[in-house]
Design a protein around this ligand. Structure first.
Ligand code: CA
Length: 221
């Protein structure tokens, strides 16, 4: 899952990126409001969530948030703020944020909130995704087929998760790439096809359908 992190504090940004990487997230990190704005203009739809510090140089987090919602982008936004004044948090929520955390916070809590927001944005209340004989647990990063655990690589898991978010929808290779790879991660030209090939071997050939010239989709159960 790919996230955008807007945080100007180098220590916090570094720690968050590392911690979230270890939890299986791909994190694009920007350190000021203007960079965040550009990243969102380029690819708001490819991010599962925006982690937004309110006190950012060049453009404030609140400004950015107001613009984002005006442009009708529905990306979930979790505010990170050191300011413990009530008015900032209220203002943030009223400007279109979905949740907030006050620094300092525990990584575990952040991760749980990210998963909850992403789940809600996808219209799910259940933490487990069920699709026919397949079960996927995004928080534990586990997958079962007919009750048996299936070992998936990190990329395979991410791809399957993205495809299962909208079962039946065809996603192009480019779109899939943009959803599971972050900045600076080298993608070889047939990477998606290779991962899908491995997924098909593990899940059975009929599960993921190749729509010729368009991309891939998950078959109806
Ligand atoms: Ca800050």
């Amino acid at each position: 899952m790919r996230l955008l992190l807007a945080e100007d504090d180098w220590m916090i940004g570094q720690a968050l990126r590392e911690g979230l990487n270890q939890e299986g997230f791909v994190v694009d990190w920007v350190q000021d409001g203007r960079q965040a704005e550009l990243a969102l203009k380029a690819a708001a739809a490819e991010y599962a969530l925006l982690l937004l510090d309110l006190g950012l140089p060049r453009r404030s987090g609140l400004d950015l948030l107001a613009d984002l919602r005006r442009s009708r982008a529905d990306i979930p936004v979790l505010i990170l703020t050191a300011r413990d004044s009530l008015s900032d948090r209220v203002l943030g929520l009223n400007s279109g944020a979905d949740d907030y955390l006050v620094k300092p916070f525990e990584l575990d809590e952040l991760v749980a909130r990210i998963h909850a927001l992403v789940r809600r944005a996808a219209g799910r209340a259940e933490p487990v995704i069920e699709h026919g004989v397949l079960r996927l647990h995004p928080v534990k990063r586990e997958c079962w087929l007919r009750g048996e655990p299936v070992e998936l690589s990190a990329r395979e898991f991410d791809l399957l998760y993205v495809l299962l978010e909208k079962p039946g929808a065809v996603l192009s290779r480019t779109r899939l790439e943009e959803r599971v790879y972050g900045w600076g991660q080298e993608v070889v030209s047939n990477a998606i096809d290779v991962h899908i090939h491995h997924l098909r071997k593990k899940l059975g050939p009929g599960f993921i359908v190749n729509v010729r010239g368009v991309g891939y989709r998950v078959a109806k159960p």
